[in-house]
Design a protein around this ligand. Structure first.
Ligand code: PBG
Length: 332
C-alpha cells in the first residue's frame, strides 16, 4: 500500500518572502525616525567637543554645540533629545546642590535647545549621581542610600528642569515614591503638561560602564547600585514597578538596559498597553561599535536590526546613541 503523503507542502511560507514587495507587504514591524530619542552628553565650555573613548562616534559637547546638534537632529526628524551632564569632581558635593541649580549644565542645555530647535522634545535625567561626591543616585547616610530625603531633592531637581522648559522628565534614580512626589510638585507649580518618562524597570547592570566614563562618574562611584536598581534575575518585579509608577502618574515607562531585557519590554507592553520605551544603553552601543571596528559585524545592518528588535518586542520608541545615524539611513 502506498503511504498517503501530500504531493506538495500545503503551506509554503516562503511564498511571501519571494520578492521585496511581498516581504514589505507582510512586514509586521518597522522602525521610523518617530521612534528615536537621542541621548547626548553636555559639558562646560564654549565651542568644543571631546570624544568618549569607550563610545566611538560619541562626544561630550558644550552647550552651544548641543544646541547645534539639536537643530541637526530636528532636521533629521528625531523627536526627542535627552540631556546628561558631564561633571568633574569639583562640581560634586555631599549635598548635591548643583542638581537643582537653575543654571546647571542640564538647565542651560534645555534653554539652548528650546531656543534653537523648538520642535524637538527635550528630555532630562533626574538622579543625583552627576552632582554627588560618591557617584550615587541618592544621598548616602552611614553607608546607606536613603530614600525619602533623596526624593525631596529629586523633586527640586525636576522642578528646576521643568522651569527651564523640559518637556519630558526622566527619573532614573529608582527611589520609591519619586514619581508621585514629582507629579504632585509639577501640578502644584503649574507644570501640569510636563510629562514623565519613568525609568521604571532599571536594572543594576554592568552595561552602563561606558556611560559612567562619559559623565565622569566611574571614578566617583563608591560601591554598587544594587540596593536601588533591580536585580537582573527578576521579571515579575518589573510589572509591580510599572503598576506602581502608572498609579503615581507616569506617562511613559522605560525598560533599561534594552537588548538583554527584551522579555521585560514584551511583558510590560502586553500587560499594560501603555507607551513603553527601551534604553539601548552605552554598553550595548559599545559592543556593536567594537565588533564593527574589528570588521566582525556590519555596523549599519546590526544597528538597524538591533533597533527593529525593540519594535518587535513591543516598544514605542528607543533611547539610542545611534539615533542620528539611524535617522540618516531611514531618511535616505
Ligand atoms: C544615572 C544613569 C545611568 C544611565 C542613565 N542614567 C547610569 C547608572 O545608573 O549608573 C546609563 C545609560 C547608559 O549606560 O547608556 N542615573
Amino acid at each position: 500500500m502506498k503511504p498517503t503523503v501530500a504531493p506538495f507542502p500545503t503551506t509554503r511560507l516562503r511564498r511571501m518572502r519571494k520578492t521585496p514587495a511581498l516581504r514589505a507587504l507582510a512586514r509586521q514591524n518597522t522602525l521610523s525616525v518617530d521612534d528615536l530619542i537621542w541621548p547626548v552628553f553636555v559639558m562646560d565650555g564654549v565651542d568644543a567637543e571631546t570624544p568618549v573613548a569607550s563610545m566611538p562616534g560619541v562626544t561630550r559637547k558644550t552647550v552651544d554645540r548641543i544646541a547645534k546638534a539639536a537643530t541637526e537632529a530636528q532636521a533629521l526628524g528625531i523627536k526627542a533629545i535627552c540631556i546628561f551632564p558631564y561633571t568633574g569632581m569639583e562640581a560634586r558635593t555631599e549635598d548635591c546642590a548643583m542638581a537643582w541649580d537653575p543654571d546647571n549644565l542640564t538647565n542651560q542645555a534645555i534653554r539652548a535647545i528650546k531656543a534653537a530647535a523648538p520642535d524637538i522634545a527635550v528630555m532630562t535625567d533626574i538622579a543625583l549621581d552627576p552632582y554627588n561626591i560618591n557617584g550615587h543616585d541618592g544621598f548616602v547616610e552611614n553607608g546607606e542610600i536613603v530614600n525619602d530625603r533623596t526624593v525631596e531633592a529629586l523633586v527640586k531637581m525636576g522642578l528646576a528642569q521643568a522651569d527651564a522648559g523640559a518637556d519630558i522628565l526622566g527619573p532614573s534614580d529608582m527611589m520609591d515614591g519619586r514619581i508621585g512626589a514629582i507629579r504632585g510638585a509639577l501640578e502644584s507649580a503649574g507644570h501640569q503638561d510636563v510629562t514623565i518618562l519613568s525609568y521604571t524597570a532599571k536594572y543594576a547592570s554592568s552595561f552602563y560602564g561606558p556611560f559612567r566614563d562619559a559623565v565622569g562618574a566611574s571614578s566617583a562611584l563608591t560601591g554598587d547600585k544594587n540596593t536601588y536598581q533591580m536585580d537582573p534575575g527578576n521579571s515579575d518585579e518589573a510589572l509591580r514597578l510599572v503598576a506602581r509608577d502608572l498609579s503615581e502618574g507616569a506617562d511613559m515607562i522605560m525598560v533599561k538596559p534594552g537588548t538583554p531585557y527584551l522579555d521585560i519590554c514584551r511583558r510590560v507592553k502586553d500587560m499594560f498597553g501603555v507607551p513603553t520605551y527601551a534604553y539601548q544603553v552605552s554598553g550595548e552601543y559599545a559592543m556593536i561599535q567594537a565588533a564593527a571596528q574589528n570588521g566582525w559585524l556590519d555596523l549599519e545592518k546590526v544597528m538597524m536590526e538591533s533597533l527593529l528588535g525593540f519594535k518587535r518586542a513591543g516598544c514605542d520608541g528607543i533611547l539610542t546613541y545611534f539615533a542620528p545615524a539611524a535617522a540618516r539611513l531611514l531618511n535616505a
